[in-house]
Design a binder for this molecule. Structure first.
Ligand SMILES: C[S@@+](CC[C@H](N)C(=O)[O-])C[C@H]1O[C@@H](n2cnc3c(N)ncnc32)[C@H](O)[C@@H]1O
Length: 268
């Protein structure tokens, strides 16, 4: 009804105001960076046009991260060192709590400047988890981009270094972190090949890396353990979305789609 009474220019103005508020909010919440993929309106428009994507606004408004003082304190410490927004960071935070009683270390592949990885390490220490949190990155950017990863190129996100993350780990006083440099798993996994894991965060942006990390980690994941894939459903990451969808229907895993950009795989 409303639509038909508005002229084209009023509709455009309304739309512009909506997007200004939307991106303003995103900027505020995601700290250092605009959320990956969503920051590229033309990529998103293309994805929506394809019919496989749509703008989704959950009716739910429950926001437990706001009142969680411990999380807020840590979020304040890491938000300038991460590309991951507050919603996904809170999910990492709360899911690690869910697997506190499951045996195994914590693994993150795709660390960049260390924000999400150090948040996991602080949370692990808070939960009394004594196993090491392994943070793995090339620190030379994304690798193994393939035909599905049309918005990526090798070397993307190379604006960081191992030293940057070491400095963050030191400044936070973390003693439960070990950094592994190189392409994971090919170059850096051998040192930890006899470990088991309770929680794995895969934030590698592209199909082949996501696949190689899961193939390596799955046999080492404890029953009840969780793998969280960042980038799931992001318009700029069709490779990761496809890879997570390929996990559906396998008898040993439960696959969850979270609208915040996480694909979550739980080992039965
Ligand atoms: C989007 S960033 C990670 C963001 C990070 N989790 C944060 O808190 O901001 C992706 C990172 O994955 C790394 N990466 C991608 N594929 C990799 C692989 N197979 N092995 C190691 N690092 C990889 C890149 O170097 C890059 O730093």
């Amino acid at each position: 009804m409303m639509r038909s009474r508005l002229g084209n220019s009023q509709r455009m103005e309304g739309t512009t105001r909506f997007y200004a508020r939307y991106y303003g909010g995103l900027l505020g919440r995601s700290g250092l960076s605009i959320a990956k993929g969503v920051a590229l309106p033309f990529v998103r428009a293309e994805a929506v046009r394809s019919g496989a994507h749509a703008m989704a606004y959950p009716i739910s408004t429950y926001a437990p991260w706001q009142a969680d003082e411990s999380f807020q304190r840590v979020y304040g410490l890491v938000r300038r060192h991460t590309l991951v927004d507050v919603w996904r960071l809170y999910e990492l935070w709360s899911l690690l709590g869910e697997v506190a009683e499951i045996p195994g270390s914590v693994l993150e592949v795709g660390v960049w400047r260390g924000g999400s990885g150090t948040l996991l390490a602080i949370r692990a220490a808070e939960l009394g988890i004594t196993d090491i949190v392994f943070l793995c990155d090339t620190w030379e950017g994304v690798v193994k981009t393939g035909p599905l990863d049309i918005y990526y190129h090798d070397g993307k996100h190379d604006d960081t270094s191992r030293g940057t993350v070491e400095a963050l780990v030191t400044s936070l006083g973390l003693e439960n972190v070990e950094l592994l440099q190189g392409i994971f798993p090919d170059q850096s996994a051998e040192r930890i090949s006899d470990r088991t894991f309770r929680f794995v965060h895969v934030d590698v942006d592209v199909y082949q890396s996501a696949s190689d990390v899961l193939e390596w980690a799955w046999p080492r994941l404890s029953a009840g353990g969780v793998v969280v894939f960042d980038d799931y459903g992001f318009p700029a990451c069709p490779g990761v979305t496809q890879f997570v969808d390929e996990q559906r229907g396998k008898p040993d895993r439960l696959v969850l789609h979270n609208l915040n950009g996480h694909g979550i795989v739980v080992k039965r």
